[in-house]
Design a protein around this ligand. Structure first.
Ligand SMILES: *Cc1c(COP(=O)(O)O)cnc(C)c1O
Length: 338
């Protein structure tokens, strides 16, 4: 499964979905139903699993999207909607094996299985999958990984004994798919890996190439004297006469305001610090005596081939993860696909 939620992790959902299917993915994963419906409207007919119980089930059922139930109440609600619609719903049951987020706890699982099987017996739903999600798959060796795998095996055994015949059983995301082979089961829900990213320490293995490069062209270049305050609050003041370049990307485009001062911008084969406060639409770089010119390209992050920062490095520098950086890149930034 290629997970294409959150606009394909910021890369663009439709191009990501099409590329993943062309590359051999057999399922697509989305967070809410509206994302799944957007895939259907675009003509994508591949199986789609909606990972959260958020949206309008009637439309999703009509669109043949697999819904996820984490409670008996939601399974019953889906059955009621399917009855009104006259179309059986495809339903996957989610077990909370230790993440403590969505899904039915061990105590609530039998009731969920019973509700789903009752609806299936009435022809209102087809239980197509059983799944769960890890809490600490990106912490290699964390004891909760084995514990969750065992708890999921128990949940699957209980459901199958009760009569569920799932098409797929799945628990692994990128980190587990890459590092815990026994977690791969029938399908791996690869999100970050599809885009060359991972939440594992140090990021994705080298053979996974980050897909996204964020570039901009300097909108203005100017010489300024020593002692010039730069950007809001004058948090940066030039030490000597220098050349400033204006990068037309700001926090509204996903350049975190906390990047102020960090050496994350690449131009002319080296790194340059963000000079002063990152604004909504722009920020400034101090290029010293480097004769950069207006219209010249700078790179904020990319695959790292030419020493430019990666989304992984941005995440590490800003106390977050690469996914947070990539998904944050705003809609104003034109996506170009190669
Ligand atoms: C987002 C998500 C994934 C994908 O996770 P990655 O770490 O990006 O591979 C898988 N499963 C669920 C339930 C998710 O919400």
């Amino acid at each position: 499964m290629a997970v294409v939620k959150a606009d394909g992790y910021g890369h663009g959902m439709m191009p990501a979905a099409r590329a993943a299917l062309a590359g051999g993915a057999t399922w697509l994963g989305v967070a809410d139903m509206s994302e799944g419906l957007a895939l259907r409207r675009a003509g994508i007919t591949a199986p789609v699993l909606c990972l959260m119980a958020v949206g309008e089930p009637a439309d999703a059922i009509a669109g043949g999207i697999d819904l996820t139930a984490g409670s008996a109440a939601f399974a019953a609600a889906v059955a009621a909607v399917a009855q009104r619609a006259g179309v059986p719903a495809r339903l996957q049951l989610k077990a909370d094996t230790g993440l403590g987020r969505g899904g039915a706890t061990r105590a609530d699982w039998p009731a969920l299985v019973d509700a789903a099987l009752a609806a299936q017996a009435r022809g209102l739903v087809r239980v197509t999958g059983l799944w769960s999600h890890f809490a600490c798959a990106d912490m290699p060796g964390h004891p909760s990984v084995a514990a969750q795998l065992a708890a999921f095996a128990d949940a699957v055994a209980l459901a199958e004994k009760a009569g569920v015949t799932p098409e797929i059983r799945h628990i692994a995301n990128t980190a587990a798919g890459l590092t815990v082979p026994e977690s791969r089961l029938d399908l791996v829900r690869f999100g970050g890996a599809v885009y060359g990213l991972s939440t594992l320490p140090g990021g994705a293995p080298g053979w996974l190439r980050p897909a996204m490069t964020l570039r901009a062209r300097l909108a203005l270049v100017k010489r300024v004297p020593p002692g010039s305050g730069v950007s809001y609050g004058h948090r940066y003041v030039t030490a000597r006469e220098t050349r400033l370049g204006l990068v037309p990307l700001g926090y509204a485009d996903g350049v975190p305001r906390a990047a102020t001062g960090l050496p994350l911008v690449s131009a002319r084969g080296r790194r340059w610090p963000v000079a002063g406060t990152v604004c909504m639409d722009q920020f400034v770089v101090d290029f010293g005596d480097e004769p950069v010119s207006e219209g010249e390209e700078v790179v904020l992050f990319g695959p790292g081939d030419d020493g430019e920062a990666t989304a992984q490095e941005w995440g590490e520098a800003l106390a977050t993860i690469s996914y947070d950086i990539a998904t944050g890149i705003g809609g104003r930034v034109a996506r170009v696909y190669r």
